[in-house]
Design a protein. Sequence first.
Lengths: 325, 271
Amino acid sequence: MPPEPQPSPLIPHVEFKAVVLLALMLAIVGGFLLYVMYARGVFESTQRLVLIADDSEGAKVGMDLTFSGFPIGRVKRIELAEDGKARILIDVPRQDARWLRVSTIFTMERGLVGDPRIRAFTGVLEDPPLPDGAMRPVLRGDASAEIPRLIATMRALLENLEHMSSEGSNLSASLANVQTVTERMKGRHGALAGVLGSEENAKKVITALDRTNALLASVGEVSNRLDRIIVKTDERVFGTAGVMDETQKSMVQLNAMLRDARDSLKKADAVLAEAQAIGANARAATTDLGALRAEVEASLRKVAHLVDEINRKWPFARDAELKLP
Amino acid sequence: MRQASTWQRGLSRVPGELGTAFLGWCASWWRVFHFGALALVMALSPATYDRQNRVVTANQIYFTAWQILPWFTLLSALLSMVLIRIVVETTLSYGLSQYALEMVVRVLVLELIPLFAALFVALRSGAAINTEVALMHIRGDFDEQRRAGSDPLRRELVPRVIGSAVSVVALAAVSGMVALLLAYLGVYGFSPWGLAGFNRTVGQVFDPQVSIGLALKTLLFGVAVAVIPITASLESPREMRLAPVAVLRGMVRLFLVLVLLEGAFLAVRYI
């Protein structure tokens, strides 16, 4: 067998090409390594945030913390604290940390598909920023946890429905009654028989209606008669020389009588005024008598005083001295 | 009666034969690992790369990597594009498009492209190495070289191992990069505003364990593509009619190893 031809002299710059290929390979691998490190945030300055959860189920290292749908942090570690709570350690790049404030609320929601999502909600962006190493509780929302409750409620609902629609249930009894009523309504007396329960009752009602009709006819006659009576009464009361006319005349006479009475009363009033004047004169006279009496009294007092004076000045005046034993 | 005793003798020989076969199987795998380790050590020691060896290694790299790089890149780009399209469309129709990029990166860059590169190199260079080494072994070229004072392991075999390893790693790296680029275009289109999300997803997928696993897997693929066919060729009997058997055995074993490696890495990552 002839020896194989050596291919090496046929290829120009084979070593150079090999070196280029190796360099390309190393460049790709090294560049990719650097890119992955950059993408993983190795070169970013971060601050630490610790979320405390009752249950860290579903949380994974490397998952995102999102704010308004934008990832602003990454879970670095998940550990179990001494108090039995889960601690989720999150690294937040400092340039994104401005979205986190002291009033920020953190939630961990679990959808039906995919990993749970840790989200931050900041209501007041003017609050002081979240400090490095802050510990915050995380609220959990679990869509799949709602499913058992939902199923239980649905089962109760379905049981109720089944109960309602089963043989002998209230609903079917009501429907049977409705059927009976509609059957009756299809009869000769129609809805009346359905409402009253039987044909006899419906007949009675119809008879009653007939009688009522007759009654109403006689009542019409009676009212006609009453009409006539009222017309006559009207004539007698309000007609010419009727009761009202006479009454009016009597009222005129009564008016004249009242006017006379008023005149008489006026005269009596004048008499009384005069009597009042007499009374007033008598009162003035009584006043003069008072003055006269006062004068008489004053004169008497003067006489008495004079007698006393005379008595004192008189030599046979009595001894007025009172002697005590 | 005589026939029955022959059967009995035959049956009594079965466990012994099974034991021999098992021992042979173990010895064969041991030779694979031994040769692999030896080749790795020699590839990493600078003394291997003297003037003559450098040329041989450069030749091997040229034939196994340089020549096929453009075609392979084109082929894998086409395959990647089809797969990306399928994944993006499917996730869109299920309303899960936010997972499309991660899935594409995981399936294509982490799993399919390294395996595809290894299989491609195995088909093209592995089979050639297997046949070539089997023929050289049967002709006694290695004995001649040993008599001439040169080490056939260093002169002929290690350059082939290096060539195939470099080939698999280079093909996987270039195709992986192209696949990432196509994945970006497939998910975000020609817009620069998806870059932050893309970086984030790639950063999430390539955590340290995954990156080390990918590097190790690709390297092992590269080494296996040369080491297993070479070992299979070297342990075949020196008969020309048995050369195809040696090639067949080497290729089957190589496929088995590639699948096992892939399975083992998947198991480590996801179980």
